[in-house]
Design a protein around this ligand. Structure first.
Ligand code: IVH
Length: 690
């Protein structure tokens, strides 16, 4: 293709991709399938590779661009980013309205806009001639950190405004957030990968925005909504409702619920209504913001050094309870992380009885000056995990005892250490029984090697008996050991036989399960799947250099370093060799028992959701099969879903899939695709006689 034709085609592709990005990420109403989108994207990427000099900065292919930073630079805000005064009662809101009325001297009801107060991280975007040139955090309000490279990875933020004649300068201000659902998913993945979970979506958002490597940020599910402006040149905006409308036109998201209200009674009604709707929002809302609509009136009122006089926040009361801190226990995780847990006098909170709450880490205990015996305030952080938020200092009697940081592991008594730049204290003895148990539990867990019957209780028994300490030990258990297992309390012949069969069966698992099960720090299930899809076998992965690892999409330098370090370790290498000798599967690729083996799978590279009950196989077996065939199996239906496999009583996922035009397969269709109706794999037989 000649240069001119290529340039035209690329411009056309970019425009189409931008439009589809907007429909998908902002409107949540895609018009084309993921595969059609991927085709456009691939064509553009290939053309850009052939004509690199024709690639503009704001091409949709260049969202993740730039090298990791060594730190953040500060830049001034052209218009300061103010804060808001807070109110906590309707009476205070009435006072605000009375003040506004007095200052304006209008004597007529003022028109306000009521918006949700999004509990995220505030951000200012600067567009020049419609192109995103800078993203700044709020910082101290006068200057903030430049986070442009990270913000460019947020797919709902346009790199170019959707507008034929954009103003010379347009600064949009809003909030970056993580939806509750995505936050829960991220935290689960972090826990599975041996990383410390975030306390709440806001911390997760702030932490993500401050990552130094934009490639890592691209993997964090960030989103943003806009509700304010900074400098605007070349355009006059007269009121908040116009600004919100402008955001929508430009392709920037604005809050879902915004309501105009004339006079305080209407304001209060809107604030109450928002409180009712609050739990239905995808993101956390900690209050309502009431703002004067007309910018000209705002100017007449002005601002104090801290906050404008024309707006106020009304904070909803968090669900809190007070109770006594009886004790602090310390849990030792798979990676040796010591996590303090508050043991509380049971108390009711938001419909459940709470007797334990997270304290995150020992720095936090010190910062909040939490002492044993204190009366503490607990809150449902992120409305999911209860956490101790503060101490009721007035209730101190003087008998409270300070909390000691552990100087040794509470389980093995071995030494503990605090890592560089880490708040977490870790037990450094890899043979610590708590770590040994947790590692085995993780290895056998459903998401990993899925060794049925090898749950927490059985793992504990086997470890206490000295029968196993590492995953490889499981595969080396012989008839004598299984006889001993059959005689353990609570077990018996049948249980031992089942365990043996389950261990045997797990050898055939796709190797990503093994990789995930090994518990390499930072390597979650998803990363394990990506890695195995890329390298094809544990051996190739094991010998990959850090550099080769970072070439894999979505694998950042921290993960690469962790993987390389794991496989450099002699003890780990010995484990791997023993697992190989035991016959655990190391290679991806079709298994001979599959009827569809050798054929290109319909599911390769597709996003698939399972719903309802399958008659012929368990959900987990179906999922495993799909993953082996190259599918990405997810839990909820979205516009990205390619197939929904619907069993009996499919429920709301089916409705949603229909609404989104997702291809729906019955169980019979699915079985036909995977060849199970022709070739049902025989159930594995125990090979070791008891
Ligand atoms: S307006 C000059 N509107 O709340 C007034 N702020 O506590 C600027 N926030 O720094 C703020 N949702 O980060 C406004 N709908 C909303 C908001 C909102 C969340 C944040 C914002 C601000 C903080 C003040």
């Amino acid at each position: 293709m000649d240069r001119d034709t290529a340039a035209k085609r690329m411009a056309d592709l970019r425009q189409r991709i931008r439009r589809h990005d907007y429909l998908y990420y902002v409107e949540a109403a895609p018009e084309i399938s993921d595969s059609a989108y991927d085709r456009l994207f691939r064509e553009l990427r290939d053309l850009e590779a052939a004509f690199p000099e024709l690639v503009p900065e704001d091409s949709p292919t260049r969202r993740v661009a730039g090298q990791p930073l060594s730190g953040f630079v500060s830049r001034p805000h052209r218009v300061p980013m103010l804060s808001l005064d807070n109110t906590y009662s309707e009476a205070e809101l009435r006072e605000f309205d009375a003040r506004v009325d007095r200052w304006l001297g209008a004597g007529i009801p003022v028109e306000y806009v009521v918006e949700p107060k999004i509990d995220g991280v505030s951000l200012s975007l600067r567009y020049e001639d419609g192109r995103l040139v800078q993203a700044l955090t709020r910082g101290n309000g006068r200057e903030g950190d430049v986070v442009t490279a990270n913000v460019r990875t947020i797919r709902s933020i346009p790199l170019r405004l959707r507008c034929a004649a954009p103003p010379a300068v347009f600064e949009a201000r809003g909030e970056v957030f993580m939806s509750r659902e995505e936050f829960a998913r991220l935290n689960q993945a972090r826990e599975e990968a041996g990383e410390t979970p975030f306390a709440n979506p806001r911390n997760a958002t702030a932490g993500s925005l401050k990552l130094l490597d934009p490639r890592e940020v691209a993997g964090r599910p960030l989103d943003a909504v806009f509700y304010g402006h900074g400098e605007i040149v070349g355009l006059t905006v007269e009121r908040q409702t116009d600004l919100l409308q402008l955001f929508r036109e430009y392709g920037l998201k604005s809050p879902e619920f915004t309501q105009t209200a004339t006079g305080i009674e209407e304001v209060l009604a809107a604030v109450r209504r928002l409180a009712e709707l609050r739990s239905g929002f995808a993101y956390e809302i900690d209050g309502a913001v009431v703002k004067i609509n007309e910018f000209e009136l705002r100017e007449r009122l002005g601002a104090t050094a801290r906050a404008p006089r024309w707006a106020i926040a009304y904070k909803y009361a968090a669900e809190k309870a007070r109770t006594r801190l009886r004790d602090i226990t310390v849990q030792v995780g798979r990676t040796g992380a010591l996590t303090p847990v508050a043991e509380l006098e049971p108390v009711g909170l938001a419909g459940s009885t709470i007797s334990r709450a997270t304290l995150h880490n020992f720095d936090e205990i010190e910062r909040k000056d939490i002492r044993l015996g204190d009366l503490v305030e607990i809150e449902k952080a992120g409305e999911v995990i209860p956490a101790v938020v503060s101490v009721v200092l007035e209730a101190r009697t003087g008998h409270e005892r300070p909390v000691q940081r552990p100087v040794s592991c509470p389980v093995c008594r071995g030494p503990v250490r605090r890592g560089r730049d880490e708040v977490v204290i870790r037990c450094v003895n890899p043979e610590c029984p708590a770590q040994v148990r947790e590692r085995l539990r993780h290895f056998a867990a459903r998401g990993a090697m899925d060794i049925e019957t090898l749950g927490e209780a059985v793992v504990n028994l086997l470890v206490d008996e000295g029968l196993v300490a590492t995953p490889a030990d499981l595969y080396e258990l012989g008839p004598r050991e299984f006889n001993r297992i059959a005689n353990l309390p609570g077990l018996g012949f049948k249980s031992a036989q089942n365990l043996q069969a389950a261990i045997e069966k797990s050898k055939q698992n796709p190797p990503w399960r093994l990789l995930f099960g090994l518990g390499i720090r930072h390597v979650g299930a998803k990363a394990a799947q990506i890695l195995m899809q890329h390298f094809g076998s544990i051996d190739v992965l094991m010998n990959a250099s850090e550099e080769e690892l970072t070439q894999v999409p979505e694998i950042g330098p921290i993960m690469a370093e962790s993987i390389a370090a794991f496989f450099r370790n002699d003890a780990n290498r010995r484990q791997i060799e023993r697992l190989r000798r035991a016959g655990v599967r190391f290679e991806t690729g079709p298994r001979t028992s599959s009827g569809a083996a050798g054929q290109a799978s319909l599911f390769m590279g597709k996003t698939v959701v399972l719903t309802g009950t399958l008659a012929g196989m368990t959900r987990d077996a179906a999922k495993q099969k799909l993953v082996e065939l190259g599918a990405n199996v997810t839990g909820s239906v979205s516009a990205k879903t390619d197939f929904l496999i619907a069993g009996d009583s499919p429920g709301s996922k089916l409705q949603k899939a229909r609404a989104l035009g997702v291809t729906i397969l019955s169980e019979a269709d699915f079985l036909r695709e995977i060849g199970r109706d022709r070739d049902v794999a025989a159930p594995p037989q125990p090979v070791l006689g008891l």
